[in-house]
Ligand binder design. Structure first.
Ligand code: URA
Length: 439
């Protein structure tokens, strides 16, 4: 008889787990027969010892098959999906999914909750009163067929093993492991039934991959899994040294996404969303070049179609449409403080990780599995690396519901900004594209 402790010990000592051992572990994890403490110990062993490509693929497929694996071929001709490896202020999904659906390409997505310093789309969506993030498989399919866009969490019996492991990793220091991230992301994508996937692999201080070499390894691992699972995939490696857009925190990010969906918002966010959406159209074979795809997605963002699709999405999932039409109705913090720049100069560094952690400390994320979060709190970071800032100009705004936490955020976020007397080059948005050489 196989025992969880033997699988843990084997991995701890650097052994390669067999497919049977991985399947045994994922089965026990899903059913609850293997308790959280053994899963956590195993995750830590994987964190330190890594996994071979074969083990990573086996883990991915076992997690994908831990629940339903959607076959969407009876629902839509082709479904696409995008997934980010996690960042700070990353509200791209909220904009891109309706945008691509508005261009006639169905997107059904299963998203996650916040993970460590990085936010999660499901937490963001739950700041919209009434929005349901746990759809059944039948609801998922029906909605995809009817409005061409679905954004759900993991409880729809899609990759439930990842749901459990993800929640444990968040609070056991086992997030930033290439095999664990690759299998987590790809198990959801495979179970969700998308035939083509754009992976947004973040790199930098506010990402789980600190440098380009590691991010490229993660991108290649995910693209390789997609190939084995006969899905088309492209990975865009993008910057996450500073927050994307200005807002960090759930309802604040929904507000910023709403502005972007109406054709406005920060330039970096808009540009990022257009690029990801263009690659989705390209993979879906709705455009021949990224440039041609960009023309189509820009039009859908500017003429109101993307916004209208988002409204349909919110209505279909039980959310209060009035709360997005009038975003003042979204959760709002009681204490709002604008903090001024203590000196002038060019911004040399706006540390995304510190800002993400500060938002978590304000209550936007979790310290323990299942902790409640405060959708209203967070930060608005007014400037980016390369900007010239005058002393006394607003640098960031804190949205808090507790004076002590507000004071802590003030210090921490101030320290996350570094100034230079010399001119500083802005950070790029994207670094590299990793393509699948498969079909
Ligand atoms: N996103 C996921 O879905 N899983 C991870 O492990 C990290 C980011």
């Amino acid at each position: 008889m196989m025992r969880a402790v033997d699988v843990i010990t084997k991995k701890r000592d650097g052994g390669e787990l067999s497919q049977a051992e991985i399947e045994f572990f994922v089965r026990g994890l899903t059913s609850g027969e293997i308790p959280d403490y053994q899963i956590a110990a195993w995750a830590m062993a994987v964190f330190f010892q890594g996994m071979t490509d074969r083990e990573t693929t086996d883990l991915t497929l076992a997690m994908a098959r831990s629940g339903d694996v959607l076959d969407l071929s009876d629902t839509v001709a082709m479904a696409v999906d995008k997934h980010s490896t996690g960042g700070v202020g990353d509200k791209v999904t909220l904009v891109v999914e309706p945008l691509v659906a508005a261009c006639g390409v169905p997107v059904g997505k299963m998203s996650g909750r916040g993970l460590s310093f990085s936010g999660g789309t499901i937490d963001k969506l739950e700041s919209i009163p009434g929005f349901r993030t746990s759809l059944s498989t039948a609801e998922f399919k029906r909605q995809l067929r009817e409005i061409g866009v679905v954004l759900t969490g993991q409880s729809a019996n899609l990759a439930p093993a990842d749901g459990k492991l993800y929640a444990l990793r968040d609070v056991t220091g086992t997030v930033s492991s290439i095999p664990l991230i690759a299998s987590s992301v790809m198990s959801k994508k495979i179970a969700g039934g998308a035939q083509a996937i754009v992976l947004d692999v973040k790199v930098g201080s506010g990402a789980f991959m600190p440098n380009l070499a590691e991010a490229t390894r993660l991108a290649r691992a995910m693209v390789a899994i997609a190939r084995r699972a006969e899905r088309r995939a492209v990975a865009l490696i993008s910057d996450m040294n500073q927050p994307l857009g200005h807002a960090v925190g759930n309802a604040l990010e929904v507000r910023e996404a709403i502005v972007a969906l109406r054709g406005g918002g920060p330039d970096d966010l808009r540009e990022h969303c257009l690029e990801v959406a263009a690659y989705l159209l390209l993979l879906a074979r709705r455009a021949r070049t990224v440039k041609a795809a960009r023309v189509r997605v820009s039009a859908a963002l500017d003429d109101g179609r993307a916004w209208e699709k988002f409204r349909q999405l919110v209505a279909a999932q039980g959310g209060e449409v009035r709360a997005i039409d009038e975003p003042d109705r979204l959760p709002t913090a009681h204490l709002i403080e604008e903090v001024a720049a203590p000196r002038g100069g060019y911004l040399a560094w706006v540390d995304a990780r510190e800002i993400g952690m500060s938002a978590v400390d304000l209550g936007a994320g979790r310290a323990k599995k299942g902790d409640p979060i405060d959708h209203a709190v967070g930060l608005v970071i007014h400037h980016q690396v390369g900007d010239k800032v005058q002393r006394g100009q607003p640098l960031f705004t804190i949205h808090a519901n507790d004076a002590g936490r507000l004071a802590a955020a003030r210090e921490r976020v101030l320290a996350a900004h570094q100034f230079s007397r010399e001119r500083v080059k802005p950070l790029p948005l994207f670094y590299r594209v990793v393509r699948s050489h498969g079909k």
